[in-house]
Design a protein. Structure first.
Length: 190
């Protein structure tokens, strides 16, 4: 249940960063505080419930040598949550978005610390579920080819649609006349 709330939270932080006019970021900022509270509440509930529900996870987090290495994960999560909450009131655009992403990354780090080496707890480890080396090499080669294409596409789309939009401007830009004078779909009303 926390995941959809978190995704909505990231969306509300992302809209002001995307350089949109004044009405949408104001609405996003109004929705941001309740959504941030819900996300933080889900994080607290899961963080407190998980060690009590699974003894293996409690031993991982609270055993004597591990606690000295892992104490910073919940502390960093709390600090990022506080920083994100305070940045909402300041009207900044990038910091709330960055802290929302950081909260998700820290939560996934906590999950990884809690369950490692088990991918399907408590029976299958990372090594039990890994593919064969030829399959991994094939996937690596596919990633090496496709990742630059995907990143280039993101840059291209941002370059095309970048810039601030004002209210009503998108409709005006959509009614532009095409370059060809003999196009049958030409808008002559504008």
């Amino acid at each position: 249940m926390g995941e959809p709330v978190g995704e909505a939270r990231i969306g509300d932080d992302r809209e002001p960063v995307q350089r949109i006019g004044n009405a949408i970021p104001a609405r996003s900022r109004a929705q941001a505080k309740p959504l941030r509270l819900l996300v933080l509440a889900f994080i607290v509930v899961v963080t407190l419930w998980t060690p009590f529900a699974f003894e293996r996870i409690a031993m991982r987090w609270f055993s004597v040598p591990n606690i000295f290495f892992l104490w910073w994960v919940p502390v960093a999560t709390a600090l990022v949550g506080i920083l994100g909450w305070r940045s909402l009131a300041s009207g900044r655009e990038v910091v709330p978005f960055a802290t929302a992403i950081a909260l998700f990354l820290l939560c996934y780090l906590g999950l990884a610390v809690s369950t490692f080496p088990y991918l399907v707890p408590p029976s299958l480890t990372v090594w039990d579920t890994a593919s064969s080396p030829p399959t991994q090499i094939f996937m690596l080669l596919g990633t090496l080819v496709m990742l630059p294409i995907i990143l280039g596409y993101f840059v291209f789309v941002y370059w095309i649609f970048g810039g601030k939009l004002r209210e009503g401007e998108a409709i005006t830009k959509a009614r532009r006349k095409p370059c060809s004078s003999d196009a049958p779909w030409r808008d002559t009303a504008a």
